[in-house]
Ligand binder design. Structure first.
Ligand SMILES: [Fe+2]
Ligand SMILES: [Fe+2]
Length: 478
């Protein structure tokens, strides 16, 4: 049977599905009975027959685990609604051992299959290296006709991205809960959950920083303040990390950034959401959010453990090193480090978010160069410089044109300074301008002649192309 025939062969799909069903039955029976019990052995025999028939028909028999499906000999299997739990169960068991592909080789014996199923059902594999542990067991038992391949790296990356996305949206929901319960005067919110969320964000930033920065391109998902606060929180933890703060400090910094605009709850919505320019009175009202925020947090602090820095940040995140900024305090005093950090990430996120009162949307580069120009007056110049390095020349989420004519989105920065213009890019349109769900390519890749395969020419304005780069980060974590 050739490749094309195989693709459309319903028998192949049926045979593959049966093998999965038989693995499931054998697995479950192995938990109840001894490995020499005849009921169990009967299951093994049926599974073996199914595999042997497939090997006879197709010359090969391998199951591949995909993100949300399973393939047999490269063809996606179909499970009925009532049998979907079987697929899910086997998928989970494979995942627990990080098995991405299982191949049965001609000559497979009943004994090998028996031992394999028993090992598959065994629970106590090393949680850090389950695949390696499982593989060494297979080797010990001399199983040669069943080959288990590890889940490819990209599948693991997908999982990491999915988890990061979950934490990101949890952040928005959690802040909404804090706001709502505060408005209803039910201050039952435990900051323990908030703290755990910060710890989780810290872990994701440590492991998967590029992707989580990509998520900060999601703007106005819910109310502006909610989404903005989560973005400021993420960028602040990252910036604090670059400044050498330790884990506990970063969790506190995250918490402070998360609640920095808490005082906006006390600002009338019609002023907060006014589409036009604010008059003097309205501006003064909005500026009070720093003071209101600090007062609210003092109240919060009485009921729950809240770092003192959160109060500072709420009060000082619009204060400026120079003359601008607010609130204007009678007695000048030093601005806390956390406030200096949040001031930078706050302005950056606010500038790069489209707002109803602003005609022009700032790209990240524009926002950064604007901040650097104003720098000495408004921001701590050293911290701003480190922030500019962190965001980079082509920030994550930028839409870029390549010399091949392809268009892509910057997904991962290149940490080597000589390659800062060669990040990893997700291709979204081909040379002819057709939209594609392309691969993530590394711009440092070269051909045989030592020539770069792709080079970045320029960044493009996403609004002009009707593209929302954030959508691609969300999709990448589906
Ligand atoms: Fe603010
Ligand atoms: Fe803010």
């Amino acid at each position: 049977m050739n490749q094309e025939e195989m693709k459309t062969d319903p028998k192949l799909i049926k045979d593959g599905t049966r093998i999965v069903y038989r693995i499931n039955r054998a697995y479950r029976t192995s938990i109840i009975y001894e490995s020499n019990n005849f009921i169990y052995m009967r299951q093994i025999k049926m599974l073996l027959n199914q595999i042997k028939n497939a090997l006879k028909s197709y010359g090969k028999a391998y199951l591949t685990l995909k993100q949300n499906s399973m393939q047999f000999n490269g063809r996606k299997l179909k499970f009925s609604y009532s049998d979907y739990h079987i697929f899910k169960f086997i998928q989970e068991e494979f995942k627990k051992k990080e098995i991405g592909e299982l191949s049965f080789i001609p000559g497979i014996t009943k004994e090998e299959l028996n031992t394999f199923i028993v090992l598959l059902a065994k629970k106590d594999y090393d949680p850090k290296n389950p695949y390696e542990d499982f593989l060494s067991e297979l080797k010990k038992k001399d199983i040669k006709k069943i080959i288990a391949e590890k889940i490819p790296f990209y599948e693991k990356t997908k999982k990491k991205n999915r988890d990061a996305k979950k934490v990101f949206f949890m952040g928005i929901t959690h802040l909404k809960e804090i706001f709502q319960s505060h408005e209803k005067l039910q201050d039952q919110i435990s900051l323990l959950t908030t703290k755990r969320l910060m710890q989780s964000l810290f872990n994701h930033i440590t492991e998967n920083e590029s992707f989580i920065h990509g998520l900060t391109n999601i703007k106005n998902f819910d109310e502006y303040t909610l989404n903005h606060s989560v973005n400021v929180c993420i960028l602040s933890i990252s910036l604090g990390k670059k400044l050498g703060l330790d884990r506990n400090e970063l969790v506190d910094l995250g918490l402070a950034a998360f609640l920095h605009d808490f005082g906006k709850l006390d600002i009338p919505k019609d002023i907060l959401l006014k589409p036009g320019k604010l008059d003097e009175n309205e501006r003064e009202t909005i500026e009070k959010h720093t003071f209101y925020g600090a007062v609210k947090l003092i109240d919060f602090k009485r009921k729950s453990h809240l770092p003192l820095d959160a109060l500072n940040v709420a009060l000082e995140h619009h204060e400026s090193e120079g003359k601008r900024g607010y609130p204007k305090l009678v007695k000048k005093r030093a601005i806390a480090l956390f406030s200096k950090i949040v001031k930078i990430t706050d302005v950056f996120d606010a500038m790069t978010t489209s707002r109803p009162y602003r005609k022009h949307n700032f790209s990240k580069e524009e926002a950064l160069s604007y901040m650097l120009e104003k720098g000495s007056g408004d921001f701590d110049s050293v911290i701003l410089k480190i922030f500019a390095d962190m965001v980079g020349v082509c920030p994550i989420g930028s839409l870029v044109l390549l010399d091949t004519g392809e268009v892509g989105i910057v997904f991962e920065r290149n940490e080597q300074s000589k390659h800062f213009l060669r990040p990893k890019v997700k291709l979204i349109s081909d040379q002819s301008g057709n939209k594609i769900d392309g691969d993530i390519v590394d711009l440092t890749e070269k051909d045989k002649n030592d020539k770069y395969l792709r080079t970045l020419i320029k960044t493009l304005d996403e609004s002009q192309y009707g593209i929302r780069t954030a959508d691609y980060f969300v999709a990448e974590a589906e």
